[in-house]
Ligand binder design. Structure first.
Ligand SMILES: [Fe+2]
Length: 280
């Protein structure tokens, strides 16, 4: 693993088309941007024009949603080809995708589905991550997903599974604090145990998001402001991991840019109030 200090970008936002013009016009206090890879894996057009423009002004990372790194279909060579071309164009500081599977036998389920947490799955996913990293010539960040079901034959908790894949593949981790909160609620585990179970040297990015609490379970809708419990868990995460590049992911019911910038200021305030441990 690279022993250098973790790069730290500050507080960013997920780049959304609804905010292109407001970002250009108002230049709010946003330190960096995360772009959804699949939205820009095209030959040309307006989104790519905006992406190039924002890349000149902001540190940028790419975040994928359809690598299906945990799937059993062969890795999609055409997808990796297009992703590689986008990487060459944008030169992101890093790239990420989810620790999940998204389809089977060529059928895309359009969902981020959880994996069985077994040694067999660790070996399967780690081997695929290693191949993707070889293909893209860079480390990949893998992100924990929210889940609503679990597998009876899982043999380890999710944080052990995530950590084992990261160790075996020598990849990095994107911790989604909201997803930990959602899964902890749905599966009744202590979210702080999750944080304690992940090696700080592997963690390079945090996601924050909102969700919908239906009482018996939480649905990870990414269409609400961040709730108090997630803010508290974010403070705990900052305490454990130190400064980690943090961004807010809003995927539906997109509010005015100023609302998200205000939420980002709240993240800054919380982080500043936490006593910082030394960087790994
Ligand atoms: Fe996320």
């Amino acid at each position: 693993m690279n022993a250098d200090k973790r790069p730290y970008l500050g507080f960013g936002l997920g780049l959304r088309a609804e905010h292109y013009e407001a970002l250009l016009a108002t230049r709010p206090k946003v330190d960096w941007l995360e772009a959804i890879s699949e939205n820009y894996m095209v030959e040309g057009g307006k989104p790519l024009h905006y992406l190039d423009r924002f890349r000149r002004d902001y540190p940028m990372v790419l975040h994928g949603v359809s690598l299906s790194i945990g799937g059993s279909d062969p890795l999609d060579a055409a997808y990796l080809e297009r992703l590689s071309a986008l990487i060459d164009r944008i030169e992101p500081l890093w790239i990420s995708d989810h620790l999940c599977w998204t389809g089977h036998r060529g059928i895309n389920m359009h969902d981020l589905l959880p994996l069985p947490q077994t040694e067999e799955a660790v070996a399967h996913v780690a081997e695929r991550v290693a191949r993707v990293q070889d293909r893209l010539k860079r480390q990949l960040l893998i992100e924990n997903v929210s889940s609503y079901v679990s597998y009876t034959h899982s043999t380890m908790p999710e944080w052990e599974f995530l950590s084992a894949v990261a160790e075996r593949a020598d990849c990095l981790v994107l911790l989604d604090v909201n997803n930990i909160f959602v899964s902890a609620y749905n599966h009744e585990f202590d979210p702080r145990r999750y944080l304690e179970g992940v090696d700080p040297r592997r963690v390079r990015q945090f996601h924050l998001a909102g969700h919908q609490n239906n009482g018996s379970h939480i649905v990870d809708t990414h269409d609400h402001p961040i709730v108090d419990g997630v803010w508290q868990l974010f403070a705990d995460a900052w305490q454990r991991f130190g400064p980690v590049s943090t961004m807010i992911e809003r995927d539906a019911e997109i509010p005015p840019l100023a609302d998200l910038v205000a939420e980002l200021d709240e993240a800054r305030r919380i982080a500043a109030a936490v006593a910082e441990p030394a960087l790994p």
